[in-house]
Design a protein around this ligand. Structure first.
Ligand SMILES: [Zn+2]
Length: 222
């Protein structure tokens, strides 16, 4: 594998803040978050504080001055607005996953719809294997609560890159914002393709187990 795919190792706080606002706007334009739904956070790799989108601000036009910096206990360190109500689960993920430097929460409608119907996402595409890798589902817990943060942290500890929050939405994680963004978008792509096959009355064929194992061996081991 070539190096450098994880992006620059030195990223400034300003770059992180700009990237958060870009991702938030992109998610809104793709219909993966609504006017007041969804939240995005990121940190300088390994930092014990992170930047997060504010609560109660239109998600299609969040700008860098709206962002709030919080510590891993959710205390505000910098910024004038209130941090996202989902700050507890963002913090919980950073606490248990040192490899994660970006967390995105969105309301992917098709992904959520399949989960509500009890349908698991399957390895129907290369991206479903390479980008999603491991998807966990957690039962409903009220938004913003410590209970939800605990459920999310437990799922993150299992090595998940994507978590489906039942009756609510999704969480994507990555080493940087681009990775987390790809996870959230791929969830919806895979869910939509699977949904189309099912609507047409077909059980979608999946990539054979031996090929899934080969991909994992080639890209994720050694
Ligand atoms: Zn939400």
């Amino acid at each position: 594998m070539s190096t450098g795919e994880e992006g620059p190792s030195l990223i400034s706080e300003d770059e992180i803040k700009n990237e958060i606002t870009r991702v938030m706007k992109a998610l809104y334009e793709r219909g993966l978050v609504s006017a007041l739904g969804g939240n995005v956070s990121a940190r300088v790799p390994g930092a014990s504080e992170f930047w997060i989108t504010p609560s109660g601000v239109f998600k299609g036009a969040v700008n860098v001055d709206d962002l709030v910096k919080v510590d891993l206990d959710g205390n505000v360190v910098e910024g004038v607005l209130r941090p996202s109500t989902e700050t507890p689960f963002h913090a919980a993920i950073y606490k248990v996953r040192p490899d994660v430097n970006a967390v995105i929460h969105a309301h992917n409608p098709v992904t959520l719809g399949l989960a509500l119907a009890g349908v698991n996402l399957k390895p129907i595409s290369v991206e479903a294997i390479m980008t999603l890798r491991k998807v966990e589902v957690v039962p409903f817990a009220f938004p913003g609560t410590d209970q939800l943060a605990k459920l999310v942290a437990d799922a993150a500890l299992k090595g998940a890159r994507a978590i489906i929050l039942m009756n609510h939405g999704v969480v994507g994680m990555g080493a940087n914002l681009l990775e987390a963004e790809a996870v959230v978008e791929t969830l919806e792509e895979v869910a939509t393709a699977q949904f189309v096959a099912m609507v047409l009355g077909k059980e979608p064929p999946v990539i054979p187990e031996k090929d899934v194992e080969l991909y994992m061996k080639l890209y994720f081991q050694g």
